[in-house]
Design a protein around this ligand. Sequence first.
Ligand SMILES: [Zn+2]
Length: 399
Amino acid sequence: MRKFSADYVFPISGAPIPNGIVTIDDDGTIVNVSSASEAQDTSSDIQQLKGILCPGFVNTHCHLELSHLRAQVSENKGMTGFITELIGKRGNFSEEEIQQKIATAEQEMICNGIVAVGDISNNNSTFKQKAKGNLAYHTFIEIFSMDPSKAEQVFRAGKKLENEFSEVLHLTSHISISPHAPYTMSVELLNLINEDAKNNKNIITIHNQESEGENQLFESNSGVMYETFKTMGINPAFMRKTGQNALTSTLPYLKDAKKILLVHNTFTTKEDLLWIKSNVSNLISQIYFCTCPNANLYIENKLPNYQLFINENCKVTIGTDSLASNWSLSVLDELKTISKHHPEIELNTLLTWATKNGAEFLEFNQLGTLEKGKKPGLNLLKNTDEMRLTEKTNVLKIV
Ligand SMILES: [Zn+2]
């Protein structure tokens, strides 16, 4: 058993505790969280730490399989520029190189205090690494096709990959088939995913409103994404013109998923959130909102309007996205970016996004808060300015 005290303990299940003490078992189980006065413990075996103690971080959106593309795709090219460059770069690496970069990227996440990951898989390249059990993962098998006649075939390939995952990891939980993004899906394929989610009580994820062009494609079959897709030879008939935006054109088709994580939401408006609120009673799903601020700066150089999500009491989570569109795989780096642009957002709110909300969405019930009986990991945030993150703040994984 070990005891740690710090300037502040953020249990996330309750208010921050100045000079709090965390008692933790040898296997990482929380035994007690208290203030110094409650503890009545004057024993010298308490390890005094400088900074803030909080639960291990949950990264709800990553593409571990793209780790070999670090620094390969140029910054600030916009969403369509990013996709075009990514497709061009994807094939130029050996399997050995890809595996090695995946292992290094996982190690980077562990060092950065991440304890669980919601990871997107388009192929099987991360399965062996995940089988080692170094980190808790929920794997989203991502599928896409705009061609309605290909829906069955693409869905079957997703199921095959899902089965392969279960065989390699001897695991049938923490895996689900998910749609890539509104603009890469036919209604037929969305329906198949929804049916699968209904039958298996799946949580699913989808990239949402990462660029303005996505909304324009749906609203009026116009804009940079529509034009780029046409140039790429995609049949314009496959680009759904609904007169509504990307979100409202897509979410109703996923109404039977247990929970949905919308990722990015850079161009999501107050009207969209109100639409979700008024329609969510028709949806079985609970909607969570993942933000990947550094990837947004990398690709579009724009951040979501966080105050909207706070005002509407939305459940926000943090994602790093992939090393193809980010400089690091660090939840803390994402929080520092948000804090820099929005110093008015309290640290307890940011840490709730980075821990509890993600653990809740991904259904890792042992993670997310410093509560008796849980095994959430323990991070020390050093070089903070009282209860504020600074450029110099770093994270040390304690447990
Ligand atoms: Zn992504």
